[in-house]
Design a protein around this ligand. Structure first.
Ligand code: ATP
Length: 354
């Protein structure tokens, strides 16, 4: 019997609802299989901050270090500034464990309507690879003369050759593993003439290692229009921390809802545990009402299972998810339906058991 030790960190808002549902689904998946999931829950986030003045303990990475993976809900609280919730929890884990590849698959699942009128489901099938360790979110910068008319503030974007090479190599490899074998490298190298030009140069060099992968370049502003007007021209995409952050919310919306989209914060070298989470935030407007769509979290669990080397279980869960999205009776409110979160969980568990 193989045991996977999973840290589960529900965090804030609807994270506290969807993570327990995901544990239920994973336990259903493990039933009658030679594996078990041992979840350890960490109640960090806004409530922890109110008690302790920090989002997670200073030595909080230690109990996570030897886990096989981390399941994360969301970090965000209406009464705590966003930069505190984000840096104090999610980014502390991502950067602490050098999870430098943020992988965001997007496609239109069966039964889900895209706002793109002319797009067939098979024309939108992307994976966005986001640089997750430096760039615009490196955390460097500062403020001086605070509150005075001469106040100055800066956020410094840092791109290292090592950081850019490793994320582009990861993206080329991922593109190579997909049927289309095509990568689009997104930058803003017309206006940002230093680091972004280095991105382009490094892409050209890394591309030589992958002669079977076709690739092209796109500026980030043009990329938004291309995603809407020619979705079928894209397959695997690599972009900086900020650019990919923005593009992947657009991608999720084009695929039907923010509530469906998954992501993995991956350490490709497997020195540390990787972390899997839905891309949505805390969604305080629907918190505690049982209305949250748990599909983004379940799909994140599919990514986790693949990462753990359990592709058969991953496929089984993905098939169950797709069977459920195909039924409009099981659509939550974000998808225009009336189903509750529990209905979706129960239906996925039922599909799994069949
Ligand atoms: P944060 O500040 O933590 O990012 P947010 O509330 O600003 O959170 P999101 O949580 O990403 O932003 O979502 C924006 C809106 O989309 C929410 O207010 C909610 O109505 C809807 N939404 C997001 N995720 C889901 C979900 N899983 N199920 C249903 N609706 C959702």
């Amino acid at each position: 019997m193989k045991t996977y030790n999973i840290a589960s960190i529900p965090g804030d808002g609807i994270g506290k609802e969807v993570i327990p549902e995901c544990e239920i689904v994973l336990q259903a998946l493990a039933a009658n299989q030679p594996i078990t999931f041992a979840f350890e829950r960490f109640d960090w986030g806004g409530d922890y901050y109110r008690q302790h003045g920090k989002m997670m303990p200073d030595d909080g990475l230690e109990p996570l270090r030897n886990k096989d993976a981390i399941l994360f809900g969301s970090a965000g609280d209406p009464n705590i500034p966003d930069h505190i919730t984000l840096w104090g929890l999610r980014l502390k884990i991502c950067q602490g464990f050098d999870q430098y590849a943020n992988v965001r698959p997007t496609r239109i699942l069966p039964g889900i309507e895209t706002p793109l009128r002319h797009c067939q489901p098979n024309q939108l099938d992307w994976v966005i690879v986001r640089e997750n360790s430096e760039g615009e979110y490196a955390g460097l910068g500062g403020r001086a003369h605070q509150g005075h008319p001469i106040e100055v503030a800066s956020d410094m974007s840092i791109m290292t050759r090592v950081g850019v090479e490793r994320i582009q190599r990861f993206a080329f490899k991922l593109a190579q593993s997909r049927p289309r074998k095509h990568l689009t490298v997104i930058t803003k190298s017309n206006a940002q003439r230093h680091a972004m030009v280095m991105w382009d140069e490094i892409a050209r060099d890394i591309a030589r290692e992958f002669p079977d992968v076709t690739w092209d370049k796109e500026l980030v502003d043009a990329a938004t229009a291309r995603m809407v007007n020619r979705p079928e021209s894209l397959d695997t995409i690599v972009a900086t921390n900020l650019h990919a952050d923005v593009l992947s919310d657009l991608a999720a919306a084009l695929a039907g809802s923010l509530g469906i989209a998954p992501t993995g914060n991956i350490d490709p070298e497997r020195r540390y545990p990787s972390m899997f989470e839905p891309i949505h935030g805390s969604a305080f407007d629907i918190m505690g009402k049982g209305l949250a769509n748990p599909i983004g979290t379940f799909w994140s669990a599919v990514m986790m299972l693949n990462h753990l080397g359990e592709p058969t279980l991953a496929n089984r869960l993905m098939q169950a998810i797709e069977a459920v999205t195909a039924n409009p009776q099981l659509h939550t409110r974000d998808l225009g339906g009336n189903a509750m979160m529990k209905d979706v969980t129960n239906a996925v568990c039922e599909e799994i058991s069949q």
